[in-house]
Write a protein that binds this ligand. Structure first.
Ligand code: ZN
Ligand code: ZN
Length: 214
């Protein structure tokens, strides 16, 4: 395994929503290794591709679940999926905040993510690259819309709003290969975080992300 972990070491898999870039391969993985799956009812219903799920745990936004000493709180996101969520994870006094696959950052998102030591935040597209890029007009509208994805600027605004002195690490996620450039995303995030810049990394589509200790 490229990240030094075997699939059978996984204690749980949490889904955010049913879009194919998020559930592809999940069904065979959890069935082969007997891994419990956590997902909202809407995600399971709309995610036909998941197939039969033996170890399904239905979750709901606002209801915290405990798995192996972790407190995992799903919260609702603005995305064009049936019942999408993002997650906040706590362990003792450590906190990880996650925000991907959402068209807008609401007050609730900022509230959920504040005081995190580690942040995983979507930096999907550069608005200009999306505008002049090859996607058909309706798809561009979808991505930019309130149920679409966060631009580099929106990501930067969110980071600026929730940054604090104990924020140690930021991982930019869900970057578009067509409508974004890693350096634009990086620079926008660095500018938003200002002088108190924590360790910043980018998740790539073509390679696994290094494991992060929280
Ligand atoms: Zn999606
Ligand atoms: Zn997605």
């Amino acid at each position: 395994m490229t990240i030094g972990r075997a699939p059978e070491d996984l204690d749980a898999v949490f889904l955010t929503h049913e879009h194919s870039d998020h559930i592809g391969g999940v069904g065979p993985l959890i069935r082969k290794h007997g891994i419990p799956l956590y997902a909202t009812e809407g995600t399971v219903q709309a995610g036909e591709k998941l197939g039969n799920i033996p170890g399904l745990n239905t979750i709901r936004a606002g209801e915290t679940i405990r798995v192996d000493g972790l407190e995992i709180e799903p919260y609702a996101t603005a995305h064009d999926a049936r019942e999408s969520v993002a997650y906040v994870v706590r362990c003792q006094n450590r906190k990880l905040g996650h925000a991907t696959d959402m068209g807008i950052v609401t007050h609730e998102v900022r509230e959920k993510l504040k005081d995190s030591h580690v942040l995983l935040v979507e930096s999907n597209h550069d608005v200009e690259m999306l505008d002049v890029g090859p996607y058909p007009w309706p798809v561009k509208q979808r991505i930019k819309g309130a149920l679409g994805h966060l631009s580099n600027e929106a990501c930067g605004d969110l980071l600026a709003a929730v940054s604090h002195e104990h924020l140690e690490r930021v991982l930019l996620m869900h970057l578009s290969q067509t409508n974004n450039h890693p350096e634009i995303a990086r620079v926008t995030a660095l500018q938003a975080l200002g002088s108190r810049t924590p360790h910043l990394d980018l998740a790539r589509q073509d390679q696994p992300t290094e494991l992060t200790e929280v």
